[in-house]
Design a protein around this ligand. Structure first.
Ligand SMILES: NC(=O)c1ccc[n+]([C@@H]2O[C@H](COP(=O)([O-])OP(=O)(O)OC[C@H]3O[C@@H](n4cnc5c(N)ncnc54)[C@H](OP(=O)(O)O)[C@@H]3O)[C@@H](O)[C@H]2O)c1
Length: 283
């Protein structure tokens, strides 16, 4: 990966930029608008929002104001957990498009699967929701469709019952949370894997002498090392900041490469608090 403009090709031929600008927890309207405008100014072409973030309207305004044609941007949104089911999914995708003021989305994801201990038939519930996305995809409203936070049992259920194979699985990934089984299964079925919260380990690494030595050796911040680790693992990496300087520096990760040894150091880190963020198998 040599540039912020680099892309992966999804299984249906759509290009997805390797670094995405995230908008989770950006609830202030002006921050959301400015964040998107600044990110695009710094060269990001991939914007990630969600119904759950309650900022689609402002992200949409940022997209309008950023000065780059719509077709040059890659915009993702995701289904809120309360909107599962065939009819609800269809209805709320239309609402997302309206809030964003867009004719189509480049990618739409089921944000979280319905899980086992939810009461009903979790398998059928996820299949019904997926059917709605398949139909919207075939109608052209969604250029690509995918999953988020789907672990092995949820993935297998969709893969075994789908008409259109998911093109993406967006999951939590960073040193200390590697979800290797899920990454492997997603890739086996030709899904691009997206990484959320890549900067989570930052607070644990500030006093890590190895990481500080790497920071000095590469002339990069710990945030940049973590983002580079993610990109170097082949993940489409999502990162968020409302600060212009951080938006810029988080994208400045394409002029160096972590050595195998330094990649392994990050691979083998564990943090007690982060080791098992979501026990999907039990749910
Ligand atoms: N599918 C899912 O369930 C799911 C879940 C979570 C996130 N996501 C997506 O993934 C995106 C990325 O995850 P994330 O928001 O957790 O992002 P992140 O980039 O891992 O972390 C963002 C946090 O780090 C701070 N930060 C950013 N750059 C920094 C830097 N250079 N130095 C120090 N601190 C820095 C930000 O604060 P400031 O804004 O104050 O700079 C913010 O608090 C989200 O925004 C969202 O779009 C998806």
């Amino acid at each position: 990966m040599g540039s912020l403009k680099d892309t992966y090709t999804l299984s249906n031929g759509i290009e997805i930029p390797v670094l995405g600008y995230g908008t989770w927890q950006v609830t202030d309207p002006q921050d959301a608008i400015d964040g998107v405008v600044n990110a695009v100014k710094e060269g990001y072409r991939h914007i990630d929002t969600a119904q759950m973030y309650r900022n689609e309207e402002y992200v949409g305004q940022g997209i309008k104001q950023c000065g780059v044609p719509r077709e040059d941007l890659f915009v993702t949104s995701k289904l809120n957990n309360t909107n599962h089911g065939y009819d609800n999914t269809r209805k709320t995708v239309e609402e997302s498009l309206k809030k964003l003021d867009l004719d189509y989305l480049d990618l739409f994801l089921i944000h979280w699967p319905v899980v086992k201990n939810n009461g009903g038939d979790w398998k059928q519930d996820n299949i019904d929701t997926w059917r709605a996305l398949e139909d919207l995809y075939e109608e052209g409203k969604l250029k690509a469709i995918g999953l988020s936070n789907f672990a092995v049992p949820h993935l297998n259920n969709i893969v075994e019952n789908c008409r259109v194979m998911p093109m993406v699985n967006q999951i939590r990934l960073h040193p200390g949370v590697r979800q290797e089984d899920t990454v492997e299964l997603s890739r086996k079925h030709n899904m691009v894997v997206e990484a959320w919260s890549p900067l989570s380990p930052m607070k644990y690494l500030k006093d890590d002498s190895e990481v500080n030595a790497m920071s000095e050796k590469y002339g990069k911040s710990i945030a940049q090392l973590l983002l580079r680790w993610s990109v170097q693992h082949g993940f489409v990496t999502l990162t968020k900041s409302v600060h212009e300087e951080r938006i810029r520096s988080n994208a400045d990760i394409f002029d160096f490469e972590l050595s195998d040894e330094d990649m392994s150091y990050f691979d083998n880190l564990t943090f007690d608090e982060l080791s098992k963020p979501d026990d999907f198998e039990e749910r």
